[in-house]
Design a protein around this ligand. Structure first.
Ligand SMILES: NC(=O)C1=CN([C@@H]2O[C@H](COP(=O)(O)OP(=O)(O)OC[C@H]3O[C@@H](n4cnc5c(N)ncnc54)[C@H](O)[C@@H]3O)[C@@H](O)[C@H]2O)C=CC1
Ligand SMILES: NCC(=O)COP(=O)(O)O
Length: 362
């Protein structure tokens, strides 16, 4: 079963009344029992100090008022709005919320399957508003995958769900969602994402590597403003296979893909031994790394930049970013969670949107 509560696809994609620079970001609540709601409030509180772009939150209003009160913020500063466009006008004075009612009250740290559909609806509504020109980009708070699977969610995570929403709301436009983790230290793309490690070798193909590296190169130019991006591709096996002695995938799949990409004129190198490609000097030799599996790429960036890492979905017809961390149920509601990664996600979404709108205007 695919949980896609139906709201109509936008009928009218007339140009928005406000320029993309003044449209709010569409920020989802994530799992209501996780740290997303308190991070959204914290980001709003710090909006001027941290020069954050305006955003509208897709969340349960009563839940947000409870979160506000427990943080010592007047609940009346949580203001329901029916339209994301109206949100930009109230953002300076109050936190605008597009109401997404929960099925039951949320308890921090105790997620429920019953609230799964609201978590999913928040994502869908945010994407629909970007498609309708009412918001400039989607920024998501963390979801607990296992909770949503229990609610019938059929996608491994946001990345794949956003790909399906892109196909629905931008029919006919190219869409191939690719996960990129980005910080000032490192940008890295995991080729395979939420799959068991034992399945990784069979999922590595020449075509997947070539397609993913092309999407990376295009995004590094379009979204990050790097005219001639350099991409370093990791090997799969220790020492990138040690000339075949430690595995065949590096020589038989990854190297031919790198050679094909280079023949296209892209600045792609590899396969590199993964254990030595993330140290400081090595990182200076490329603009983004392509890792073969989730932890190969996410361990280095979360170790280097847990506080400011951002997860961006590239290859979509719209901008989406997210903090690099998860729901952190153990600390939810305790006032311990850092909003730094969410703030970085809001800022990066603003920069990516600005670059895209500049490129489409020229
Ligand atoms: N974009 C998304 O929706 C993501 C969702 N997840 C989900 O989150 C759930 C929990 O995953 P975990 O592996 O436990 O990762 P996690 O990131 O939620 O927690 C890992 C550790 O970091 C701490 N932590 C996380 N965010 C923090 C913050 N903002 N400030 C201070 N400390 C923080 C936690 O307390 C915990 O000790 C899983 O269900 C997973 O699917 C995980 C990563 C991304
Ligand atoms: N480990 C990264 C992660 O879980 C984020 O996935 P997604 O929900 O953004 O697809």
């Amino acid at each position: 079963m695919t949980l896609t509560p139906k709201s109509p696809a936008p009928q009218n994609r007339a140009p928005p009344k406000l320029s993309p620079h003044t449209l709010p970001m569409a920020l989802t609540m994530g799992d209501a029992a996780g740290i997303g709601p308190e991070l959204a409030l914290q980001a709003w509180k710090d909006r001027f100090h941290d020069r954050l772009p305006k955003f509208v939150l897709y969340a349960d209003v009563d839940m947000m008022r409870a979160v506000a009160r427990s943080a010592g913020v007047d609940g009346s500063l949580i203001v329901p709005v029916t339209d994301a466009l109206a949100a930009a006008k109230v953002f300076d004075d109050a936190l605008p919320v597009i109401p997404i009612p929960l099925a039951e009250p949320a308890t921090p740290g105790a997620p429920t399957v019953a609230n799964g559909p609201a978590t999913i609806l928040a994502i869908r509504r945010a994407v629909a508003d970007v498609a309708a020109g009412r918001a400039s980009a989607v920024v998501t708070n963390p979801i607990a995958k296992s909770v949503l699977y229990g609610a019938g969610f059929e996608f491994p995570g946001h990345t794949e769900y956003l790909g399906a929403l892109a196909a629905e709301f931008w029919p006919g436009e190219p869409s191939a969602p690719v996960m990129m983790l980005a910080s000032s230290e490192l940008r890295v793309v995991p080729l395979t994402i939420h799959v068991p490690l034992k399945d990784v070798p069979s999922l590595l193909t020449f075509d997947k590597i070539v397609e993913t590296a092309r999407i990376m190169a295009a995004s590094l130019k379009r979204d990050f403003g790097i005219p001639n991006p350099r991409i370093a591709v990791a090997g799969l096996n220790p020492h990138a296979g040690e000339d075949g002695a430690l595995g065949s995938e590096d020589a038989e799949i990854i190297r031919p893909a790198v050679e094909a990409l280079r023949a296209e004129g892209l600045d792609v190198t590899g396969p590199h031994a993964a254990d030595t490609m993330f140290h400081e000097a090595a990182r200076k030799t490329y603009d983004a790394a392509l890792a073969m599996y989730h932890d190969q790429g996410l361990i280095p960036i979360k170790t280097l930049s847990f506080d400011e890492g951002v997860n961006a979905t590239i290859g979509l017809p719209f901008v989406r970013t997210s903090p690099d961390h998860g729901t952190a149920f153990a600390i939810a509601g305790k006032g311990l969670a850092s909003a730094a990664s969410l703030k970085a996600a809001l800022k990066l979404a603003g920069e990516m949107s600005a670059r895209r709108s500049l490129a489409s205007a020229s």
